[in-house]
Design a protein around this ligand. Structure first.
Ligand SMILES: [Zn+2]
Length: 191
């Protein structure tokens, strides 16, 4: 049973461990997402072909992380967009969720949701936006929001439980500790 929906810790249990096509090295009993991060400089034709091949590996349970980063990326926006669409179509074909990295780009993700009408879950990982942005994305039924160590408490509270996930990402905290932070933020303050 997966409790940590996005981590870069290769030894994590009950987790979706992030890998890129060039460094995918599955360990027994673990689950993975595979994708090309918008910060990556490993985005050759060979990497893209390997991504397609790995997307049907039995331990790959999600595509990504992939996405748009308007604060920090090696790639121009139109290339990031093209690469994300590629991941989205692959996720659709494989019937796997798509794990999305989205920095200053929630409006672009909303446009793509309108355009592509995905049927698989789109998990916006490391969600740190406010409740208004959460609401604007939750209008799309396929969207789930994954919260980590740093998050906006109002956005967390505005996200229904069945559409809210948790993750460690690069945190030093365990998933149990992060779930405790979330539980504290969800508990109404005592009068
Ligand atoms: Zn990550």
């Amino acid at each position: 049973m997966i409790s940590d929906f996005h981590t870069h810790n290769p030894n994590a249990d009950n987790a979706i461990i992030n890998a890129e096509p060039h460094n995918f090295a599955p360990l027994p009993g673990k689950f993975y997402s595979v994708g090309i991060h918008p910060w990556s400089n490993q985005c050759t034709l060979a990497d893209v072909k390997r991504l397609v091949a790995l997307s049907s590996h039995p331990q790959v349970v999600a595509i990504g992380e992939a996405g748009i980063d308007l604060a920090k990326s090696a790639l121009p926006l139109d290339e990031q967009r093209r690469l994300l669409i590629f991941h989205a179509l692959l996720a659709e074909r494989r019937k796997l969720p798509l794990i999305i990295h989205c920095v200053r780009a929630s409006h672009i993700i909303a446009e793509l949701l309108k355009e592509l009408k995905p049927s698989v879950p789109w998990i916006i990982h490391g969600f740190r936006y406010n409740a208004a942005v959460a609401a604007s994305l939750l209008r799309f039924p396929c969207v789930k929001l994954s919260f980590g160590e740093h998050f906006n408490p109002e956005a967390l509270r505005a996200t229904p439980a069945h559409r809210r996930l948790a993750e460690t990402d690069c945190s030093l905290l365990s998933i149990a500790e992060i779930l405790t932070l979330h539980a504290c933020a969800l508990t109404p303050p005592h009068p």
